[in-house]
Write a protein that binds this ligand. Sequence first.
Ligand SMILES: *[C@@H]1O[C@H](CO)[C@@H](O)[C@H](O)[C@H]1NC(C)=O
Ligand SMILES: *[C@@H]1O[C@H](CO)[C@@H](O)[C@H](O)[C@H]1NC(C)=O
Ligand SMILES: *[C@@H]1O[C@H](CO)[C@@H](O)[C@H](O)[C@H]1NC(C)=O
Ligand SMILES: *[C@@H]1O[C@H](CO)[C@@H](O)[C@H](O)[C@H]1NC(C)=O
Ligand SMILES: *[C@@H]1O[C@H](CO)[C@@H](O)[C@H](O)[C@H]1NC(C)=O
Ligand SMILES: *[C@@H]1O[C@H](CO)[C@@H](O)[C@H](O)[C@H]1NC(C)=O
Length: 563
Amino acid sequence: MDMLLAVVIPLLFSPLVWSGYLEYDQNVLVPKDWTRIGRLRPTEELELTFALVQQNVDLLEEMLKAVSDPDSPQYGKYLQLDEVASLVHPSDVSQKVVRGWLRSHGVTNCSTVYTQDFLQCTLTAKVAETLLPGSRFQRYVRDGQSIVRSSAPYSVRDDVAQHLDFVGGLHRFPPGGHKPSTASSDLKKRQRDNGFHLGVTPSVLRARYNMTAADVGSAQNNSQAVAQFLEQYYSPSDLAEFMSIYGGSFQHLSKVDRVVGTQGTGKAGLEASLDVEYIMSTGANISTWFFSNPGRHESQEPFLQWLVLLSNMSDLPYVHTISYGDDEDSLSTAYMQRINTEFMKAGVRGLSLLFASGDSGASCLHMAGEKNSFRPSFPASSPYVTTVGGTSFKNPFKVTYEVADYISGGGFSNVFKMPDYQVSAVASYLKSVAATLPPKSYFNVSGRAYPDMAALSDNYWVIINRVPVPWVSGTSASTPVVGGMFSLINDKRLMKGLPVLGFLNPRLYKLKGQALFDVTEGCHLGCFDEQVQGQGFCTAPSWDPVTGWGTPNYPALVAALSQ
Ligand SMILES: *[C@@H]1O[C@H](CO)[C@@H](O)[C@H](O)[C@H]1NC(C)=O
Ligand SMILES: *[C@@H]1O[C@H](CO)[C@@H](O)[C@H](O)[C@H]1NC(C)=O
Ligand SMILES: *[C@@H]1O[C@H](CO)[C@@H](O)[C@H](O)[C@H]1NC(C)=O
Ligand SMILES: *[C@@H]1O[C@H](CO)[C@@H](O)[C@H](O)[C@H]1NC(C)=O
Ligand SMILES: *[C@@H]1O[C@H](CO)[C@@H](O)[C@H](O)[C@H]1NC(C)=O
Ligand SMILES: *[C@@H]1O[C@H](CO)[C@@H](O)[C@H](O)[C@H]1NC(C)=O
């Protein structure tokens, strides 16, 4: 009962009335796979993350545009972490007010980050519930995993609210990942039953994307990373075995160079194995880091923890691939806006962030009275990351051309407006398919459209717990594949003394599809209702919201991007 009230009340009042509710539009429903086991004892400890309001966010955005636009004189002139810190760090007033407020409640065990815009504090449940009126901390369990979240929305004192974007550790449940699947549709089962099926391996990828055995990294300090938030770990022995079976023809590494965070124990995760095995196959011979579920405490949000880490590490890999995602409508606007700013902070430092576009096509938000709409996913919908969709081979028995994988996530954000770099690409698409578009009530034509590009996402071979597993599918496969290729292009640039590619989209859209294989066949999933009958958007020549600009023709992409 109190759960229902918690959701309904904030929606009945305007945000103005609820000014102390920083995340008044955050979904606080408990996902059905989690079970509440009880309220925390007052003396139990929590760790909360306070996101302080930053300065110069507009300027940060301008700088990001300048350093990532190949036609700007500032192109490639990235900032160091200390320069980002002097740009965005919270004002003295903000720091004083927030710290004073915490201190007045006896909260003094806090650590900050280099950019000073996050504070992480350890405090008891009793203190937290007084500090954040409305909050009620509960413990939830799922498959032996245990977390602490608040069952009701929190508020902060009015004079403090203006200095905080949000407080992390109260609401969002893990994982919200795009889990790769091994189960698949009837269609795929039929293809399998037809006998031998090709399946995707490193050599199939290299053949399709025109990579030769000589296409491996060689620059001294180049590196790439995958980040995992699903309580998973990769297995070093599986990775070694994968490379010995599938990595024969090209120079490659068989070990992750650095694990940041804690590797779990027990069985290796499919997702984690997939990510490292494939980023190290396209981004071969490049030092690879693995950011493992970095939460140390039950009350932390792993994805947020990863961003906090990025703001506290001056030396980071240039390319990061991530397969975390949640429905936009389940997240507060304050949270998404702030996370988007964190992506800008990464971009001005020259980091490329690639996110999987999701595995439910346009997805569906079911509303009363058959008034459905598509359901965009975040961070895929952020204008400041590169979002990767998925494809399948037209002929599953041959390395042929690609068609859309019907699971490939794509659509239009309801939160972020369309960034300049994609306006003309999206306008051309909307014009060329005008007659066959889903009804306008299903999507927001003024929003950031995604994905930006794609790669094969269907029928991968993965080694997991020493066994080759076929039929692994999802955009969490295509994303590390593309990430590894951009790492190789960075490698070429570093060898020439050029800056790395950084935030990719402005330059990617200027190519207008040059150097990419355009995907023009197939549609993805949408709402199963009378109006759209299971279909979302369809591919078309040039950019489309199913496969973006298409899939990489590696040598052409190198030629286009390595000067
Ligand atoms: C401060 O918090 C950390 C965890 O964040 C904990 O390990 C440490 O014991 C705490 N220190 C004190 C003095 O309570
Ligand atoms: C950031 O790094 C500093 C120095 O290594 C450390 O003392 C601090 O605890 C870190 N902050 C967080 C939030 O982990
Ligand atoms: C790359 O692959 C495509 C399709 O397989 C092929 O037509 C093309 O000639 C290849 N080479 C280059 C350099 O693009
Ligand atoms: C692999 O990378 C190292 C640098 O990390 C380089 O010295 C070596 O030449 C590379 N191997 C090949 C085959 O390019
Ligand atoms: C760059 O090289 C130094 C020295 O080998 C190493 O400590 C550092 O971690 C490297 N940085 C990255 C981002 O790979
Ligand atoms: C559509 O997106 C814009 C931003 O691009 C936003 O301001 C607007 O509220 C969205 N509309 C709906 C119905 O979500």
